[in-house]
Write a protein that binds this ligand. Structure first.
Ligand SMILES: [Zn+2]
Length: 414
């Protein structure tokens, strides 16, 4: 995409009321637009990043047998009254129609997915089943000061599974856990998993996936010698305590929750009278699991963790474009023609580039490129042309090298 055609522009300052680093950088670079506290629109660059995050999640959920659907976000109040959520969930947005009917805006979809599964899973032969969607969610938060990490409207992948037994839920949880770790790794993040309380969702246990960052809202302790990780609030463990698994000393940190799994037991199937026929001809309520992963929150966490004083450092798989082609022509039409040619060559090789073809100073172009944070950068200038190559560098400060066109294409593809 030619940067001269991109309708967004970078800006020097974030809005004064924006305190979260993720939103400050994303607004300044033109990824998002703030509508009000906790509500953002995603502009061309931001929508591309979100698409890529969603694609990674979709691939990993499909790989473990998840089946994607799209559920309604406008919910009948009756379903929420059946489960007790209408009065019990404080963040639920409730809407009154002019016909005086009441609706809820989806903040989670147990109330919708349980009746759907009920319609199709009547026998043990239909279980287990795992259903997911990626879409918008709404929460009536009192405070929303964490940018896109905690919104009143936000993107989320939520999957729900139904099982014959607790053992089968536990088996599937282990599979999902590995898929989640793959997702975080592909997004450039190092996550840990903790056991935590069930919150207001569940009568049983839950697991939280955590990424260490000072922008996080949770205090955790973790062990460097093994995988042990616990929420301080829930476990009452603290820094310096002995790790319960390997007896090394625990460390403490701030962390952001980037995913969670709830073992919901039979709560929702019971609320909707969802029973299936067991192998021995009896009837039973399935065991249900819920697997959340906030897509916009994940994007915000990436920015919090992978940024410096100049801007964002996107990992390759989620960057809006894998390469930023920068033409430093300074009015020299031979240089611009060469940059145009390279842009077309990249396109012909299936490489999407953001092409800075604007008539702007070199310093401004580089500052914008640092802020936008595309991982690989190619510069074409009189100097690189006289040296007979293409200058390639990386946003994370790796060495600059002069390469042939073919080598550049190979390097970006791999
Ligand atoms: Zn340990």
């Amino acid at each position: 995409m030619r940067q001269s055609h991109l309708f967004t522009k970078t800006r020097r300052d974030a809005p004064k009321d924006e305190v979260a680093k993720n939103a400050q950088l994303l607004i300044r670079a033109g990824y998002i637009h703030k509508e009000m506290a906790g509500v953002y629109s995603y502009l061309p660059l931001g929508a591309r990043v979100l698409d890529k995050v969603e694609r990674i999640i979709r691939e990993e959920m499909d790989a473990i047998g998840g089946q994607e659907i799209r559920m309604a976000t406008l919910h009948p109040s009756e379903n929420w009254k059946k489960t007790g959520g209408w009065d019990g969930v404080d963040v639920l947005f409730k809407i009154q129609s002019r016909t005086e009917k009441e609706y809820a805006l989806g903040q989670s979809e147990e109330e919708i997915v349980t009746p759907i599964a009920q319609e199709y899973a009547s026998s043990y032969k239909d279980l287990p089943v795992a259903i997911y969607q990626i879409g918008q969610k709404y929460r009536d938060e009192l405070r929303a000061k964490s940018g896109i990490m905690r919104g009143r409207e936000f993107g989320m992948k939520d999957m729900y599974s139904f099982h014959e037994s607790q053992e089968d839920f536990d088996r599937f949880y282990a599979v999902v856990k590995e898929a989640y770790f793959k997702i975080y790794k592909r997004c450039g993040l190092d996550a840990k998993v903790t056991e935590a309380s069930g919150g207001n969702f569940s009568e049983k246990i839950s697991y939280e996936f955590m990424v260490l960052t000072d922008a996080g809202e949770d205090d955790i302790v973790y062990c460097d010698a093994c995988t042990h990780c616990a929420n301080v609030e829930v476990s009452a463990q603290k820094a310096g305590d002995m790790c319960p698994k390997c007896s090394a000393a625990l460390r403490s940190a701030k962390a952001a929750e980037v995913g969670n799994v709830f073992d919901l037991g039979q709560k929702y199937p019971k609320a909707f009278g969802f029973k299936y026929k067991t192998k021995d001809g009896k009837e039973s309520y399935p065991i249900m699991g819920c697997y959340g992963l906030g897509t916009t929150r994940l994007m915000g966490t990436i920015v919090e963790v992978l940024s410096d004083e100049k801007g964002i450092l996107w990992p390759k798989e989620v960057a809006p474009f894998p390469v930023h082609l920068i033409s430093i022509a300074g009015g020299n039409s031979v240089v611009s023609a060469e940059a145009d040619r390279l842009y077309e060559l990249l396109k012909d090789n299936g490489i999407e580039a953001l092409y800075d073809d604007r008539d702007a100073r070199a310093g401004e172009k580089f500052a914008d490129a640092d802020l936008i944070g595309i991982p690989s950068r190619i510069v074409i200038s009189e100097k690189t042309m006289s040296e007979g190559g293409v200058e390639v560098s990386s946003r994370d400060g790796g060495a600059t090298s002069l390469l042939s066109e073919n080598d550049v294409i190979e390097r970006i593809k791999n």
